[in-house]
Design a protein around this ligand. Structure first.
Ligand SMILES: [Fe+2]
Length: 346
């Protein structure tokens, strides 16, 4: 079996591949690591056939949907997953065939309703059901401490003690553990009485993961994250540097339209000399009267350089092929000590 593990902060993703057929499966991919997974698969001569989420992640952004599109491979999750973009929904005990490998899904609800572990040869990918020295939490949506108790003590902890466990999270840099090692050393698993275990899970008082709202929204719906929206907009627009715009503004000989897409009050406090005001919220509706010539070069700016990137992409989609985003925003312009003007829009 060909095996790769990728750590992203505390998150772990895995590639398992068959050396005979070069087919592979990717488990729990994270959005920021797409190029790394593809590079690793290429390095190992593997073709990724399945992209799998062990459960609905609440703490990071899943890359399954995007990778499935890029690789023409199905998104695989447990049948209980709420995500509409899942192509292949597994039930307890079902197998995926990856070359000569067999990946078996074990439904292990508790951390979430749709949690599953995947058993491949002597490896058990435990998602967030069982971590090294811990268990998945049960206080996030669809979590259930009683179900987790059953999934652990009634299911995976009864498997071969030699099985290597590979969790979806690991914060101390350990590569793996075994069922036997966890049974003897994992403090949470020493509570073997059902009610004591449930009480302990209910009293953990964990802090909420960062981005929980956005992660659940996007992972459950297949929608995009804010940074994806920005990256997609940035990929289809050219940028102008602050220094270049300053030189243009000072030469007075430019043919640029400098477009401020912030709100009116921010514009009136200070703006780039010669700028016109067209707030982002009114862009589509007022574009015909404000920007009648679609061939003009238009440099768009906002406060931080993010809204202006989205606005520039919108203008390009509307046919303004000369729209350019400022690389930076009014904040960076101000901090560079470049010239400003205050007062009402003309
Ligand atoms: Fe999780």
């Amino acid at each position: 079996m060909i095996f790769e593990s990728v750590a992203t902060g505390g998150c772990r993703s895995y590639i398992v591949g068959c050396e005979h057929s070069c087919a592979a499966a990717l488990i729990d991919p994270e959005l920021s690591q797409i190029d790394r997974y593809l590079a690793l698969a290429a390095k190992d001569g593997l073709r990724i056939r399945y992209v799998i989420d062990t459960h609905t992640h609440a703490d990071h952004f899943s890359a399954t949907q995007q990778l499935a599109r890029q690789l023409d491979a199905p998104v695989v999750m447990h049948r209980a997953s709420p995500a509409p973009f899942v192509n292949l929904r597994l039930q307890d005990g079902e197998l995926l065939i990856v070359g000569r490998l067999r990946l078996q899904a074990l439904h292990t609800p508790g951390h979430t309703d749709d949690s599953m572990c995947l058993r491949v040869e002597d490896h058990l990918f435990t998602g967030d059901t069982l971590l090294i020295g811990a268990t998945g939490r049960t206080d996030l949506p669809s979590g259930n401490a009683e179900a987790l108790y059953e999934s652990l003590f009634g299911n995976i902890l009864r498997l071969d003690p030699e099985l290597k466990i590979l969790p979806a999270h690991e914060y101390k840099g350990r590569s793996h553990s075994t069922i036997g090692q966890e049974l003897s050393e994992n403090a949470r698993l020493q509570k073997r009485d059902r009610s004591a275990f449930i009480e302990m899970m209910h009293s953990l008082n964990l802090t909420m993961p960062t981005h929980v709202t956005e992660a659940l929204r996007t992972n459950m719906s297949g929608g995009k994250t804010v940074s994806q929206m920005l990256a997609e907009a940035a990929a289809i627009v050219p940028f102008m540097s602050l220094a270049e715009l300053k030189a243009c503004v000072e030469s007075m000989k430019h043919d640029l339209i400098v477009l401020d897409v912030r709100e009116r009050d921010a514009f009136e406090v200070a703006h780039i000399p010669g700028a016109r005001l067209l707030p982002r919220g009114q862009l589509e509706l007022r574009v015909n009267e404000e920007l009648p010539d679609p061939t003009r070069r238009i440099v768009v700016y906002c406060e931080f350089g993010r809204i202006s990137t989205l606005a520039t992409a919108t203008l390009r989609q509307m046919g303004f092929q000369g729209a350019i985003a400022l690389d930076g925003g009014m904040k960076a312009w101000r901090e560079a000590g470049y010239p400003e003007k205050s007062g009402k829009a003309s």
